[in-house]
Design a protein around this ligand. Sequence first.
Ligand SMILES: Cc1cc2nc3c(=O)[nH]c(=O)nc-3n(C[C@H](O)[C@H](O)[C@H](O)COP(=O)(O)O)c2cc1C
Length: 168
Amino acid sequence: MHMAEPRSFVPEPQNGRDLRDAFGLFATGVTIVTTGDPSGCAAITVNSFSSVSMDPPLVLWSPARRSRRYAQFAEARHYAIHVLAADQHELAFAVARDATALQDLPLGRNGWGVPVLDQCLARFDCHRYAVHDAGDHAIVVGEVLRATMQQGDPLAFFGGRMARIDNN
Ligand SMILES: Cc1cc2nc3c(=O)[nH]c(=O)nc-3n(C[C@H](O)[C@H](O)[C@H](O)COP(=O)(O)O)c2cc1C
């Protein structure tokens, strides 16, 4: 593997682009988080998801405080986290652009009334466990009430781009 000379810097407001690029070198999956909304379903595309604890079963993700969707997701009592499959990249971008992008799809409801996608690699039905301050984001910790999974290739996010991982 070829690596160019490392470049290091102290994070400052004026080199935020570099910090974003450095954070983007951590390859992640892609999720869509959904919660109930008076008009149906609110959704957000999220790659800050992480599993945290087995006992109790906990996961986390980080909403940006500046997001118009922040209050709704930081205050949600129940929400569902969908781990996306490789062929769901367009859906991920559509939800990133528009919180109501899922409203025209045939959504189901989980046992807690949260609108859910029927297709995804894994789904974690969560209830609010804790919300912690974290700078310009919050850390939302959810307790997993039910987990659902199926086989497929995962969608990945790296360097600002979506990629398919072949899982065979
Ligand atoms: C791959 C990907 C990952 C993202 N991850 C997060 C995330 O972890 N937290 C977050 O607040 N926004 C994340 N976003 C941005 C939101 O999906 C959405 O674009 C943003 O909230 C739009 O601003 P608005 O909520 O004000 O409409 C991500 C977007 C993409 C495309």
